[in-house]
Design a protein. Sequence first.
Length: 157
Amino acid sequence: SLTAGCADIASVSAGAGMPDITNLAFDPTTSESAQFSIRMPTNWNEGTITFDYQWSHAVTTVNFGTVFGLSAVAVSNDDTIGAAFGTEITVADTGGTTDDLYISPESAAMTVAGTPAAGDVVYFNLARKTADGSDTLAVDARLSGITLYITTDAAIG
């Protein structure tokens, strides 16, 4: 994100001959965000979306909680991209062991702002919520991925 963005994508070595930990680092004291967009499949039912996030952290001895929030807006052909994101939904998770992969619980349902239609481009904003009392991790949260859960219409044919 150009405004209060997280660190650029980087990799941390997990060890020789092991997978690298490719991630976006989110600061422990300042709410930072990352934005991405996806053109939704034509069989998306334009309903709510849920998500989980995958993350890790470097060495720390106490306070392992993270909270991330996601918001979205759908943009159709010939619509302005400068549209407001919808209501943010947050999810908390707890780490503990350095360089372990953590997968958050699935979020509550998030409504996509705008007037969603099949095949729209949906813009997302994902932010670490450092002011949330459950976000206690005193080092960078290293986001390695996000999973979006959508509902599609019944298959045709």
